[in-house]
Design a protein around this ligand. Structure first.
Ligand SMILES: NC(=O)c1ccc[n+]([C@@H]2O[C@H](COP(=O)([O-])OP(=O)(O)OC[C@H]3O[C@@H](n4cnc5c(N)ncnc54)[C@H](OP(=O)(O)O)[C@@H]3O)[C@@H](O)[C@H]2O)c1
Length: 327
C-alpha cells in the first residue's frame, strides 16, 4: 500500500497551494506525487479538529501515514488583539488533538505549521530557528504565538518520550490564490488587492495605510507548497525550519502597492495615508538553514507571483473569501 498524506487545513491558502503543486508537478519529480501516493486535503467540514473524537474519526477514515498539519485559527492583527484567549485555546486544542492522534495512530511523520510572528518581540535579526523561545512574543498576538510555540515544545517531548518523527515549518508572510481577501481581516497583500480592485470598480482613490516604507518578506504559496513537500520527503529532524525567501528579497509596502496598481490596471488617484501606523520597520528572517539543506531553490519572482494572485482574484471574485456580501 502506498503512503497516505493527510493535509489538515487543506482548503486554505497553503493547503490549496500544496494541492495545486502535487497535481501539477510531474509525477515522481522532487515536488511531484510519488507513484501510489494518496493525498487527502481535509476541510473543517470533514472534522472539527478542536474535538478529539472528530480528529480520531478523521484519522480512522483515511489512515494517514504522513500528516502536514496546517489547520489553525488564523487572522489579522485586529482579530488577534481582540480574541487572545480564543486564539490560544482553539489552536492549543487543534494542535494537541493532531499531535496526540498522530502518535496514537503510529503516523510515520508529522509536520506542523508555525509562523514567523511567534518569534520574540525583542530579538536579534535576522530571525533564525534557534531563537523561537528566547523572550516573550509581541503583546498583540501572544495567544496565537504561545499556542504555536507549544507545538515545538510538544514535538520535542513526543520525540524524546516516544521517538515520534514530528517536526515543524516556520513560513513568513504567505500570499497567493485562495487567500482570505476579507477587508476586515486580511493580511496586507490580499487586503491591498481587494482595496485596489474596489477603487478601480468604483472610480474612487486607492489609499494605502502608512508610509509604504516598511520592508517585509513574502513567499508565494506555490513556492511554500514545494518547500513543505521537500520537508516531508527529505528532512528528518525535530528542529523547525524557516521557509522563506532570503533576507535580500525584502520588499517595501510601496513596492507591493505599486505592483498591485499595475497588476489590477488601476489608473485613478493613488496615495499613502501617513497618519496611519506603520508597524515595525523590518523583521527579516534567515533562510540559510533551508537553502543549505535543499542545495538551492528558485523562488517565483515577486511581480510574477503577484500578477498570478491578482488574476486569480479577479477571475474568482464571486467565490473568493471577500467577507462582506458581494457588491
Ligand atoms: N497566511 C499566512 O501568511 C501564514 C503565515 C505563516 C504561517 N501560516 C500558517 O499556515 C497555516 C495555514 O494558513 P492559511 O493561511 O492557509 O490559513 P487559511 O487560508 O485561513 O486556512 C485555514 C484552514 O484551517 C482550517 N481550519 C480552521 N479551523 C479548523 C478546525 N477547527 N478544524 C478543522 N480545520 C480547521 C480551515 O478549514 P475550513 O476553511 O474548511 O473551515 C482552512 O482549511 C496555519 O497554520 C497558519 O498559522 C500562515
Amino acid at each position: 500500500m502506498g503512503d497516505v498524506i493527510l493535509v489538515t487545513g487543506g482548503t486554505g491558502l497553503v493547503g490549496k497551494a500544496i494541492e495545486y503543486v502535487i497535481n501539477n508537478e510531474p509525477e515522481g519529480s522532487r515536488f511531484g506525487r510519488k507513484p501510489g501516493e494518496k493525498w487527502i486535503f481535509a476541510s473543517s467540514k470533514e472534522g472539527d479538529l478542536r474535538d478529539p473524537e472528530q480528529t480520531k474519526a478523521l484519522f480512522e477514515k483515511y489512515k494517514p501515514t504522513h500528516v502536514i498539519h496546517l489547520a489553525a485559527l488564523v487572522g489579522g492583527l485586529f482579530k488577534n488583539m481582540k480574541y487572545k484567549l480564543t486564539f490560544l485555546r482553539e489552536n492549543v486544542l487543534i494542535n494537541d488533538n493532531i499531535l496526540h492522534t498522530s502518535y496514537l495512530s503510529n503516523t510515520k511523520k508529522l509536520i506542523s505549521c508555525l509562523s514567523t510572528c511567534v518569534f520574540p518581540d525583542k530579538v536579534e535579526y535576522p530571525l533564525n530557528e534557534l531563537n523561537i523561545h528566547n523572550g516573550p512574543p509581541h503583546e498583540s498576538n501572544f495567544g496565537y504565538a504561545h499556542a504555536k510555540r507549544l507545538v515545538d515544545v510538544q514535538n520535542h517531548a513526543y520525540n524524546e518520550e516516544f521517538g515520534c518523527n514530528f517536526t515543524s515549518a516556520i513560513p513568513t508572510n504567505v500570499f497567493g490564490p485562495h487567500d482570505n481577501f476579507d477587508l476586515e481581516d486580511a493580511h496586507v497583500i490580499p487586503a491591498l488587492i481587494h482595496k485596489c480592485y474596489n477603487a478601480k470598480k468604483n472610480g474612487t482613490p486607492f489609499v494605502v495605510a502608512g508610509t509604504g516604507k516598511p520592508l517585509r518578506q513574502f513567499i508565494y504559496s506555490h513556492d511554500l507548497a514545494k518547500l513543505f513537500i521537500w520537508q516531508l520527503r527529505e528532512y528528518d529532524s525535530v528542529e523547525p525550519v524557516i521557509l522563506s525567501v532570503g533576507e535580500n528579497e525584502e520588499v517595501s509596502i510601496k513596492q507591493v502597492a505599486d505592483a498591485i496598481v499595475k497588476a489590477v490596471g488601476f489608473q485613478g488617484e493613488y496615495s499613502f495615508d501617513t497618519s496611519r501606523a506603520d508597524g515595525q520597520f523590518r523583521k527579516p528572517a534567515s533562510n540559510e538553514k533551508l537553502l543549505k539543506l535543499m542545495g538551492g531553490f528558485e523562488f517565483t519572482p515577486f511581480d510574477k507571483a503577484l500578477d498570478d494572485t491578482v488574476a486569480w482574484f479577479v477571475a474568482n471574485y464571486n467565490s473568493a473569501r471577500i467577507g462582506k456580501p458581494k457588491a
